[in-house]
Design a protein around this ligand. Structure first.
Ligand code: C2E
Ligand code: MG
Ligand code: MG
Ligand code: MG
Length: 286
């Protein structure tokens, strides 16, 4: 081809490198240095217990602040981090930093807070993952009950034998396990019986229209009832309105997370958020 066009003309290959691929190439390069350049940051979104109105803990959500001043959302770079294997060092950093922040919160007078961390299927597939978790707990000095690991339904059922073995070891360590995005994966409620997990997180897609759509309401209700009868507790994600909160309270959902009660925020803001709610409690008790 290059002969016909007379010599080594590089530009004839250029169209093959579509703008999508150039973008991906640039992002991959950037992501490779994001950790050492300290461009990654953690946000924390509050989770509140519906029975008490108290703060249960927070979910850790990763952000990437690139040198050109943009904030990249996880849905844009986590898949690339997973394909390239960069999710291993990045995920390790997230786990450590989340536990370090949780230790700060404990020291600030919140000893029973639970920090939740999203775990990629790539991390979960590592045979020594429980060891990694044990080491992070030891290094940061938080108790196992302070940590909840979120894995998606699909991660959990991908390789059942592996999952049951790894989850069993994590259970021995004493950390909590939540099944994330429940309801949209390929698994059935039946798997919940086999998997040693503690918490089910109802996917926001069922919460979004639960007031207007009786099917969504029925699904939320069924997930809550089934989870409870299996001894699991339930967190509803994506709660954006008061009517959703009240309906979930009626359905005896254990916890909620969503814009209605708090957006993702930095660690200092989370401490302030917690203090404010604690003060409300004192005011109400008077
Ligand atoms: P997820 O674990 O299901 O996290 C919940 C997502 O819902 C977050 O999006 C959060 O900002 C968003 N959200 C919370 N409340 C509301 C609400 O009321 N309404 C709406 N519309 N959305 C709400 P975010 O931060 O963009 O994260 C997206 C996904 O990226 C997460 O879904 C999780 O799967 C993944 N992710 C985030 N951080 C990490 C991480 O550190 N490691 C890994 N492996 N994945 C992560
Ligand atoms: Mg999650
Ligand atoms: Mg989720
Ligand atoms: Mg999700």
């Amino acid at each position: 081809q290059s002969k016909e066009n007379g010599g080594n003309r590089l530009e004839i290959y250029a169209p093959a490198l579509s703008s999508k691929r150039v973008e991906r190439f640039n992002m991959e390069n950037g992501l490779r240095y994001a950790l050492e350049r300290k461009e990654l940051a953690l946000n924390f979104q509050p989770q509140v217990s519906l029975a008490t109105g108290k703060v249960y803990g927070a979910e850790t959500l990763l952000r990437w602040n690139t040198p050109d001043g943009k904030t990249v959302q996880p849905c844009e770079f986590i898949p690339l981090a997973e394909e390239t294997g960069l999710i291993i060092p990045i995920g390790q950093w997230v786990l450590e930093q989340a536990c370090i922040e949780c230790k700060r919160w404990i020291r600030a007078g919140m000893p029973s807070l639970v920090i939740s961390v999203n775990i990629s299927p790539v991390q979960f597939q590592q045979e020594d993952f429980p060891e990694i978790v044990r080491n992070v707990l030891a290094a940061t000095g938080i108790e196992p009950f302070n940590l909840c690991l979120e894995i998606t339904e699909n991660t959990a059922v991908q390789n059942m034998e592996h999952s049951i073995r790894i989850l069993g070891k994590l259970l021995d360590i004493g950390v909590k396990i939540a099944i994330d995005d429940f309801g949209i994966g390929q698994s059935s409620l039946l798997w919940l019986k086999k998997l040693p997990v503690h918490i089910v997180k109802i996917d926001p897609s069922f919460i979004l229209n639960m007031i207007e759509d009786s099917d969504d309401d029925a699904i939320a209700k069924a997930v809550i009832e089934m989870s409870h009868s299996l001894g699991l507790s339930v967190t509803a994600e994506g709660v954006e309105t008061e009517s959703q909160l009240l309906r979930l309270q009626q359905l005896k959902c254990d916890r909620i997370q969503g814009f209605f009660i708090g957006r993702p925020m930095d660690s200092d803001q989370f401490i302030a958020y917690f203090m404010e709610i604690a003060n409300y409690d004192e005011i109400n008790a008077r």
